[in-house]
Write a protein that binds this ligand. Structure first.
Ligand code: GLY
Length: 351
């Protein structure tokens, strides 16, 4: 078991290891004054782990445990599910000293976090990520959101959890394709910050040491969040592969998953960096080979024009420029403001 402490506006632990789920009740008891706990989950995850969490909470003496389960899928990360969660919390008379548990992947974590940020102007919540993507990225750092008709994550808040409990056993139930999606984010951390992590991934592919790698990714994210919680600068580094990936994802009408789109985005920006002389041919080749080793895509049929147009509808654009995260060598990337009219040619160079 490994514990990483985040020291953002709220200090909290991210605990990573096997067999942690049955300990959640006592951990929440030790951490909060909650009398009631509401588990928020989805129709894929709740049948697998809801019972274990409920039993642990009851065993720790919580008087009332209630569960709200919504249909699994990104379509549920919307205003109506969000309002239904708030109504459910109100109907069950949760108070400001009570606690929510986000039991699931990124959608569950994001919407529960936003409900926690806004219910009674803020209530404690605990993230229990059950996908790799949520474990290494979305459950840590306090970004909470729902999607609007105009785009993904357009309404939200920075609101840190009280605890992140990552039981690596939950990853055993993940379909391999969903696990692979999370690997794109794991590879991202290696390219951004850690030569040794990258070397480990390059060697092992999908069979990497889960506890060690998740904990290392969380440590790296923690360091960024501690320095730039509110995403004014350095935190944008975590968007490596995401701006172009977002274009690919949106252009496919979200039939290309987030992880695969990020993998394609990282591949395009690496080839582009090589052709612009920003990174060496060896660095680009290393990145492409590692992405492929995980069975993730490095090419797309989309045109540069279509990707650029879709990418520019991203909320991360600022004025006439878009900040691209560009690899210089393994373990070192830079933020490069790029004029919107040049984005298409940057993408073209990397297709
Ligand atoms: N997912 C990127 C961030 O948390 O900033």
């Amino acid at each position: 078991m490994k514990t990483i402490t985040v020291s953002a506006s709220k200090k909290y632990d991210v605990t990573v290891g096997s067999g942690l789920l049955p300990t959640i009740g006592q951990r929440i008891k030790d951490l909060t004054k909650a009398k009631q706990v509401a588990i928020i989950s989805d129709s894929s995850v709740y049948p697998l782990y809801g019972g274990t969490v409920e039993q642990s909470l009851k065993g720790a003496g919580f008087a009332q445990v209630v569960s709200y389960v919504f249909a699994a899928g990104e379509e549920s990360k919307c205003g109506s599910t969000y309002l239904q969660i708030l109504e459910f919390l109100a109907a069950n008379r949760l108070t400001r000293s009570d606690c929510l548990i986000a039991l699931g992947g990124g959608v569950v974590g994001d919407i529960t976090g936003f409900a926690a940020a806004t219910f009674l102007r803020g209530i404690d919540y605990v993230q229990v990520p059950t996908t790799l993507l949520a474990a290494v990225d979305s459950s840590v750092g306090g970004k909470t959101a729902i999607d609007l008709g105009a785009g993904k994550n357009l309404a939200g808040a920075f609101y840190q959890p009280r605890l992140v409990l990552c039981d690596t056993d939950c990853l055993n139930s993940l379909p391999e394709d969903i696990f692979r999606d999370g690997c794109a984010e794991v590879i991202k951390y290696g390219i951004l910050y850690d030569v040794d992590l990258f070397a480990h991934l390059k060697q092992t592919g999908l069979a990497f040491d889960r506890e060690r790698v998740i904990a290392r990714c969380v440590e790296l994210k923690r360091d960024v969040v501690d320095r730039d919680e509110f995403d004014h600068g350095e935190r944008q580094m975590l968007n490596l592969g995401h701006t172009i990936g977002h274009g690919v994802e949106a252009q496919s009408n979200y039939t290309v998953s987030h992880g695969k789109a990020v993998a394609i985005g990282m591949a395009i920006i690496s080839r582009s960096a090589r052709s612009l002389g920003i990174c060496s041919a060896d660095t680009a080749a290393d990145i492409l080979a590692t992405i492929e080793k995980f069975g993730l895509p490095i090419t797309t049929n989309c045109t540069a024009d279509a990707i650029a147009t879709a990418a520019l509808s991203d909320k991360k654009r600022s004025g006439g420029t878009v900040n691209l995260i560009v690899p210089e060598r393994i373990g070192q990337c830079s933020i490069r403001p790029t004029a919107v009219e040049n984005l298409k040619s940057v993408i073209e160079a990397g297709l």
